[in-house]
Each structure stands twice: as C-alpha cells, then as structure tokens.
Design a protein around this ligand. Structure first.
Ligand code: HSE
Length: 304
C-alpha cells in the first residue's frame, strides 16, 4: 500500500495569471492499494457529500492515464483508493489539480512505472489542469510554469521567505473555473500587459528579498481580476482595506471565489479580521485559514 499527500495550491498568484502558483500546507491524502479487480474509491472530508462522484472520477481517470501511457488499457489488477480530503472544492484552491496529480503519482508509484516530473505534468495537463496549479501541486513551493514550443511544460521554483503567512478567506459559495474563463477577454491592451509584467517582477523580487512593504502593490492584477471580481461581493472593498494597511498583498485565489493574502508572520490576525469583516459586510460568510507554504510538493510513503 502507498500513501500519497498532495498539497492544495493558490494559482494565478497576484499578477501571475496562468503561470505563478503556490503550494499550501493543506492536503488531499490518498491511500492506494492493489485489489483483485476493479477501481474502488472511498472518499471522506471536504466535498464528500456533494462532489464525491466527480472527485472519484478525476482521481480514477488520472490513474488510468498512466496505464494508457505505457500501452495498457486497463489495470491488470484492481485498485482501492481511499481519499481523505482537506481541500475545499471549487473555491479556487486547486482541488482538481490535487486529485489529478494524486491519481497520476499514485498509479505510477504503485505499479512501478517510471515517469519523470515532466511526463506526469504533461499527463495531468492533458486531462483538464491548469499549469499554475498542477505544477506547484507536484513540485511544491512557489513555481513559475511556462511552455516552450518543442519541450512542452517547464517550470522554475521561486524562493519564499520562511515567515511568509498565507491568509485565505474561503466563502461559502462556489465558482466554476470553466465558467470563470468564459468571462475573460481574448485580447488585452498594452498598458494592462505592462502593468502585470511590472507587478510580476516586483512580486518575485519582493518574495526573494522579504521586501514585505511592496507586497500590496506587487499582488495587483489587471489581466483577469477585473472581469471576475464582479462575481464576488465585498472583494473590492476587501482589497482596498488591505492595501490601506500596507501589511499585505491580496488577490483572487485561482479563479475565485477565495481570496488570498500574503503577509509576514505576526500580521495574519489583523489581515484575517479585515477579510472576514469585508465578506460579512457584503452578506457573505466565509472560513479563514492561515497557512504556510508547502515546500515538499507531492509526497509518497510506502507502507505494508
Ligand atoms: N489559471 C486558471 C484560471 C485557474 O484563472 O482560469 C487555475 O486553476
């Protein structure tokens, strides 16, 4: 039997639309073992009542992709997968990416199929993933993912300060990434592109040098947030209040509806309160989580 732990992720980090993503210490845990035949998936935790059928399919489908890659249509033996999920579903925290990566890594490890990280990421992307959360879910930490014409997906890790705290406000309602992509324009104006280019470089530099004071500006975005925030009551007010404090930078997590703030250890309580109150003032109840970055990515433990 093997145990696999896949982190949640916050993608589109600030100005890093479709390319920057950060792994979080919040996990999808899987226990996978061989059985005589069939694919049995048991699911507990976040989303178990509502979404288990879809999640099951995603984990199972991803495991089957690995077999197709080596020319088998079906498992010779069966698989039992027990999932214990801590990651809120359809809230912009990479729950689909973690299910996909979990299925792929699980099948590869259990059946001793040697796949490189790049091969696993390409498989994951072929299913439905976005590279800004697929990559950190596998690799861990803050990653910049990009594609090249010939070599496909590539990535690099960006150093983050140890005292970085990630505050998440997770509303009760859900938003679907596919729908949230449809609201985006296909073309952007040059000033908007320049705005995001400058903020992305600023963000990477700020995190590498613990330059906390510029985070409020470094986390701003003009490529996707202007089109998505109208679906999230209270968020503009939240952004402006956080910016006024100068203590944190805030952005949509993935395609929303969760909001992510990056701040320095010690400032997380003040930021949590602002986030919670801003949603409450707009009639939205939310959960607040204060997390650290996961630096390990997907981890596998073998046990008897
Ligand atoms: N980058 C994706 C998007 C979300 O904004 O549509 C990643 O899950």
């Amino acid at each position: 039997m093997i145990k696999i732990r896949v982190p949640a992720t916050t993608a589109n980090l600030g100005p890093g639309f479709d390319c920057l993503g950060l792994a979080l210490k919040l996990y999808l845990n899987l226990e996978i073992e061989e059985i005589e035949e069939g694919l049995v998936i048991e699911y507990q935790g976040e989303g178990a009542e509502k979404f288990s059928v879809k999640r099951d399919t995603l984990i199972g489908k991803s495991a089957e992709l690995v077999l197709k890659k080596i020319g088998q249509d079906k498992f010779k033996k069966g698989l039992r997968i027990k999932a214990f999920n801590q990651i809120p579903i359809t809230r912009g925290l990479g729950s689909s990416a973690s299910a996909i990566i979990g299925g792929i890594v699980g099948a590869a490890k259990l059946f001793n199929i040697n796949l490189t990280n790049q091969e696993m990421l390409e498989l994951a992307l072929s299913l439905e993933g976005h590279m800004d959360n697929i990559v950190p879910a596998l690799i861990g930490g803050l990653t910049l993912a990009y594609k090249t014409g010939q070599e496909g997906i590539k990535w690099t890790r960006i150093k983050t300060p140890l005292d970085l705290r990630i505050v998440l406000a997770i509303p009760e309602f859900t938003l679907n990434t596919k729908e949230m992509r449809k609201v985006l324009p296909q073309k952007v104006a040059l000033p908007e592109a320049i705005f995001n280019l400058s903020r992305s470089a600023l963000l990477v530099n700020a995190l590498q040098n613990s330059d906390w004071e510029v985070l409020a500006e470094a986390m701003e975005d003009r490529l996707h947030q202007p089109y998505r925030t109208p679906f999230i009551p209270g968020i503009e007010d939240m952004f402006s209040q956080i910016k006024k404090t100068g203590l944190a930078g805030a952005a949509l997590s993935g395609s929303g509806p969760s909001v992510v703030s990056l701040t320095k250890k010690g400032r997380e309580e003040a930021i949590s309160k602002i986030m919670k109150d801003a949603f409450l003032n707009a009639g939205i109840t939310c959960r607040i989580l204060v997390l650290e970055a996961d630096l390990e990515g997907t981890k596998t433990v073998y046990s008897m």
